[in-house]
Design a protein around this ligand. Sequence first.
Ligand SMILES: Cc1cc2nc3c(=O)[nH]c(=O)nc-3n(C[C@H](O)[C@H](O)[C@H](O)COP(=O)(O)O)c2cc1C
Length: 267
Amino acid sequence: MIFYFSGTGNSRYVAERIAKHTGDKALDICGLNPDGSVTGEMTDSIGFVFPVYSWGVPPVMCDFVRCMSKEIVAFIQDNDIPVWMVATCGDETGDAHRMFRKLLKSVNLELRGCWSVIMPNTYVLLPGFDVDADSVRIDKIDKARIQVGRIASKILNNEWEENVTEGSFPTLKTRIVYPLFKRWGIKPSKWHSTDDCTGCGACSAACPVGNISIVGSRPKWGDNCTSCLACYHVCQRHAVHYAGMTGKKGQYLPCQRILSLPECGSE
Ligand SMILES: Cc1cc2nc3c(=O)[nH]c(=O)nc-3n(C[C@H](O)[C@H](O)[C@H](O)COP(=O)(O)O)c2cc1C
């Protein structure tokens, strides 16, 4: 059983790829009831796959873990089911894995294995941050394919390890920047569309939490934004923007992704 959260498909790819190797099921946590998702199903391990957000765990994944019922936790404990995580990141995880370990501990679960996989970067909301150049993106995807196969073999063989790219000053970044991200980095009111928007609804369809509705042929953002940037990266017309921050930034278009590759330019 693998629970994943993914904005732009990287973590979904990792979750589905591992599931294919191990014969597990990969389940998108958005729309899942954390109370009812495990009971009654026998599984060799429980995995969590998510992107790193500001050197931490996406709040939506934290909420999912915190909402797992006592029965599910007891089921995992009683059957001694190993729990593992894979964090996808553009460059480095910081202390995200330690944060996740602590989160699991708060619901009385132990993290046995953790890995990170470097994938194309999606973060563009601050000055100095942009998507990867084509060559970097392609190189990351090539390496990730191989690494995910290796991780799946480790999981299948119960070879637990801690193998993450935490980067420099991980604790400092996670302790200082992540709380700031949570407080100031997720502002749905800053999203808007420009006159290039055709109202095609791709942003609404891409939003993993259903936070975007099309009103009068333009997108309207609700309050439940996870800051995953799916709406920004999916727009073929580059008509979705965040405050004045994204005008000149690049996009990680669906046709450049490792999964689900519709043609670039298709409406
Ligand atoms: C809000 C946000 C914050 C991010 N923070 C980090 C970070 O701290 N370190 C990093 O290496 N990548 C960071 N990234 C990049 C993503 O972790 C990375 O591209 C990930 O693979 C995206 O996964 P997804 O396609 O499943 O959403 C961030 C992306 C977003 C949207």
